[in-house]
Write a protein that binds this ligand. Structure first.
Ligand code: SAM
Length: 252
């Protein structure tokens, strides 16, 4: 016997379609009911506790890999939250860093942290939905993001926005997880405390490749760090995007 199927009314169908559309619609103004002060405080506590060992080695890795020590201009940390990664990036670069987050309840916490670290004037905070960035084309030399992508409803919009805002010759490093050289025992401890929304790394990589193909971004690499001895510990999935500089003269 088939279970009895009931056909939803036109009103119910319309409501479902409207809700789906709302979920995918980028935010132009803060929504304090969805992005709360409590959530910001919770994340700030995790960043100062369980996740604290992650940010300095991640900043070091980014700065080394992309040669950022002497670079000037704008760097954006998308979904930076309490901004612990920005503090470490300010310490290692000359860039002005922007904490671009959808939850402005983070900003007082972040700006106080910047001040306490003696970095006043080196960083700013801007309300931003990854899916509709309030920045002009080509503004940022670097865009980084850790642990925020699982919360973006529409990766096609967000990755398109990141590519648009990157300056020619710029680089983006977006993902979730840990720096590849984090000592295994430290990584194990960080992971024992939690790891964000569940996911399959293979599936995330497949989805990233599909989205990048759809938006025509071809110069990218996906990293899935699997250090020796770290079997069973999630180091995450990271995407590196380079934006071509048409004025760059290539060696013949
Ligand atoms: C798990 S926290 C990570 C915070 C920080 N990157 C870190 O590693 O400590 C996720 C962050 O992404 C932000 N976020 C979620 N959806 C976003 C969106 N659509 N656009 C920008 N930021 C978003 C949240 O407000 C939060 O700060």
């Amino acid at each position: 016997m088939h279970p009895k199927l009931s056909i939803p009314s036109a009103g119910v169908v319309l409501a479902i379609v409207a809700l789906a559309a709302m979920a995918a619609e980028p935010l132009r103004f803060p929504d304090s009911e969805r992005y709360t002060r409590e959530a910001a405080l919770r994340m700030a506590r995790a960043a100062e506790g369980r996740l604290a060992p992650v940010y300095a080695p991640l900043a070091e890795q980014i700065v080394e890999d992309f040669g950022l020590r002497e670079v000037e201009g704008i760097g954006i940390d998308l979904g930076s939250g309490p901004g612990d990664l920005v503090v470490e990036l300010c310490r290692r670069t000359r860039l002005h860093w922007v904490n671009a987050d959808i939850n402005p309840h983070f900003f007082p916490i972040f700006l106080e942290k910047i001040e306490r670290a003696g970095l006043a004037g080196r960083a700013s905070a801007v309300f931003a939905d990854a899916q509709a960035l309030p920045f002009r084309d080509g503004w940022a030399r670097v865009i980084v993001s850790r642990g925020s992508i699982p919360f973006w409803d529409d990766w096609k919009l967000a990755l398109g926005e990141i590519h648009r805002v990157l300056a020619p010759g710029g680089v983006a490093f977006i993902g979730r997880g840990l720096p590849r050289d984090l000592p295994i025992e430290v990584a194990r401890k960080v992971r024992e405390g939690g790891s964000g929304p569940p996911y399959e790394p293979e599936e995330m990589e497949r989805k990233l490749r599909a989205v990048l193909g759809e938006i025509g971004v071809r110069d990218y690499r996906i990293h899935r760090p699997r250090p020796a001895g770290g079997e069973g510990i999630r180091f995450g999935v990271w995407l590196e995007i380079h934006k071509a500089d048409p004025t760059e003269v290539k060696d013949p």
